[in-house]
Design a protein around this ligand. Structure first.
Ligand SMILES: Nc1nc2c(c(=O)[nH]1)N[C@H]1C(S)=C(S)[C@@H](COP(=O)(O)OP(=O)(O)OC[C@H]3O[C@@H](n4cnc5c(N)ncnc54)[C@H](O)[C@@H]3O)O[C@H]1N2
Ligand code: MOO
Length: 423
């Protein structure tokens, strides 16, 4: 059972609280200004505000004819992207041949797509619809009254059709993305659309990973007393996925214990140090002792979840944050999502992810007072456990779409929070 005293000492912290504590503990790094082309993967440190209306001019959305008044229309010229029509306002009965992306001449009723146009010599009419009403009374059925203007209507061609009007996407001064938004491909394109050349961003926090364990081998087959290091290969992409920038990965033996202290010392320039395989209380697990010697502030000292219970987050005085991930590989994965992801989000100025939820369709036993984390795949309206989820085994996680965090007292079929995985 998790007691109030446990919550005070940050031991056996409830899983959702552990995420929140990790996020809250981080103060965002100072922002930097970078060229648009170098901002991918970073985090906006400013609101993305558009200075000019979008689109910046009335734009044709189709290749066809800008027409004014009732047809048929006389073709008076052309408008191309970058080469607007220079004939001034379009008069009733006139048309201008227009390309997608060109400036729509003032006075245009709508753009008639080329597929709907019948062209003869210098005249254009609606294909198969030469009739045009003067008063709109016999406009096409269902044509809204708002489509009538100036005492006439064009059946089959609503006013403004195929025109993207100035400011229709966003008026000048609109905030299109708040500070804290991750900069992905669409946001880069949007920033360029707004006319940004540089962005004020927060860089991905620098992470040094220290993998401990005398039994670990970095190549060849596992065998008696010999375990292949699963975390060295897993951590670089996991750290990137969680929003960090790997600044080094070292292997350190369990003995002598001073080796871990030296490795942590050498990582003093990083924002975060991740130590794997030293979270427990055995004689070969030196991390807790090291943190005690450094008078570290405990942010999370074990989590009420399975697996990943011994995971920890602390900050030695004047040093980087230290995240301790259990040596068991699946436990390390769950712990990284629980503590490292939220910490990196906080350091980057990002909000703590509001986790998506879906009904859990499998019956899973959850230990009393703990959150159980299992790999799941999408299955129709919900998620289904895939198995292969013992703490040392990554088979389930390798095939999963998400990790489901099943809270204590969960009833089968109820929604559960999901940590989405990228494969
Ligand atoms: N007396 C107790 N013993 C343990 C407890 C406990 O509460 N009391 N908790 C258990 C749990 S749960 C876990 S998880 C582990 C965490 O231990 P450590 O983080 O100190 O890790 P190790 O003891 O070094 O290793 C555990 C296990 O994982 C294997 N390992 C380690 N690193 C890797 C790696 N990079 N790749 C693949 N496998 C790795 C290691 O060989 C061990 O089998 O503590 C329990 N004990
Ligand atoms: O909780 Mo440990 O993290 O089971 O493997």
């Amino acid at each position: 059972m998790v007691t109030a005293a446990d919550q005070e000492t940050r031991r056996d912290v409830a899983w959702a609280e552990a995420r929140r504590f990790a996020h809250e503990a981080a103060s965002p790094a100072p922002p930097v200004r970078v060229a648009l082309g170098r901002a991918a993967g970073l985090t906006l440190a400013q609101d993305l505000v558009v200075a000019t209306p979008l689109p910046a001019f009335d734009t044709s959305a189709m290749d066809g004819f800008a027409v004014s008044g009732p047809g048929p229309w006389t073709i008076a010229g052309s408008a191309r992207p970058g080469r607007p029509w220079t004939g001034g306002s379009l008069a009733a009965g006139q048309a201008v041949e227009i390309s997608t992306g060109a400036v729509v001449p003032p006075g245009t009723w709508a753009v008639l797509p080329v597929e709907s146009a019948a062209v003869r010599d210098d005249r254009v009419a609606l294909a198969g619809e030469p009739a045009v009403t003067r008063d709109g009374t016999d406009a096409v059925p269902g044509e809204p009254a708002a489509a009538r203007d100036g005492g006439f209507a064009v059946p089959g061609l609503a006013r403004g059709k195929h025109i993207r009007y100035t400011g229709e996407d966003a008026p000048a001064g609109a905030c299109l993305a708040p500070a804290g938004t991750p900069v992905g491909p669409p946001l880069l394109g949007l920033a360029a659309t707004c006319g940004y050349d540089e962005l004020l961003v927060r860089r991905a926090p620098a992470v040094v990973a220290i993998v401990t364990g005398d039994e670990l081998a970095t190549n060849g087959l596992p065998g008696p007393g010999r375990v292949r290091d699963a975390l060295g290969p897993l951590l670089p992409s996991l750290i990137a996925e969680l929003g960090g920038r790997l600044d080094g990965l070292v292997h350190v033996p369990d003995q002598p214990v001073a080796a871990l202290a030296e490795a942590v010392e050498s990582a003093a320039g990083a924002d975060v140090v991740v130590v794997t395989g030293s979270t427990s209380v055995g004689v070969t697990d030196g991390l807790r002792r090291l943190l005690a010697e450094r008078d570290a502030r405990w942010i999370v000292d074990s989590v009420a979840c399975r697996p990943g219970h011994p995971a920890l987050l602390a900050r030695p005085r004047g040093g980087p944050y230290v995240v301790g991930l259990p040596g068991n590989p699946f436990a390390a994965l769950t712990a990284a999502h629980t503590l490292l992801g939220p910490l990196l989000a906080g350091l980057s100025g990002r909000a703590l992810d509001d986790l998506p939820q879906a009904p859990l369709l499998s019956r899973i036993v959850v230990p009393a007072g703990r959150t159980r984390i299992v790999p799941v795949v999408w299955d129709g309206p919900g998620v289904r456990a895939v198995g292969g989820d013992r703490p040392a085994f990554l088979n389930g996680a390798a095939l999963a779409d998400a990790l489901a965090a099943i809270p204590p007292a969960h009833e089968s079929g109820e929604p559960v929070p999901l940590l989405l995985l990228r494969r």
